[in-house]
Design a protein around this ligand. Structure first.
Ligand code: 5GP
Length: 126
């Protein structure tokens, strides 16, 4: 699947749509989900044009991988959900493609916490 530069997160990265940023560095932007599913619901995205995690894994650089993983950890600590920093826990989810029910075709990791998230997989809603 080729990258669509008109997707919502591409527009956020270009500053065309506002966002509630919680973390940013050279390679990564993290911002609050517009429809939070938990008290903490942050989306962590690479600044590079990657459709999904598998696209990133195939085409990203080691520098981008390191930045992305470290940013996710920083966000979890900053949001006080990371157990390593005394938080009560969180879940990371990255949906990919149709069966993964990915709505926005730019890689994003959901960081969810602040309440018990529940079973790992819920029955389909659609
Ligand atoms: P997906 O289903 O692709 O894994 O998740 C996409 C997420 O992006 C959803 O949780 C949705 O609420 C969020 N989202 C969609 N549009 C916007 C937006 O314009 N701003 C923000 N902050 N989040 C958005």
């Amino acid at each position: 699947m080729s990258y669509d530069d008109q997707n919502i997160f591409a527009k956020i990265l270009r500053g065309e749509i506002p966002n509630d940023t919680v973390y940013e560095d050279d390679h990564v932007l993290a911002f609050r989900d517009i429809q939070p599913q938990a008290p903490t619901h942050v989306l962590v995205i690479p600044k590079g044009a990657y459709v999904s995690f598998d696209d990133f894994a195939e085409n990203g650089s080691d520098e981008e991988f390191a930045a992305y993983v470290r940013a996710i950890g920083k966000v979890a600590r900053q949001e006080r959900v990371a157990p390593v920093a005394g938080g009560n826990g969180f879940r990371m989810i990255s949906n990919a493609g149709e069966d993964g029910v990915q709505e926005v075709p730019h890689l994003h990791m959901h960081i969810l916490g602040g309440r018990r998230i529940g079973r790992m997989i819920q029955p389909p809603r659609e």
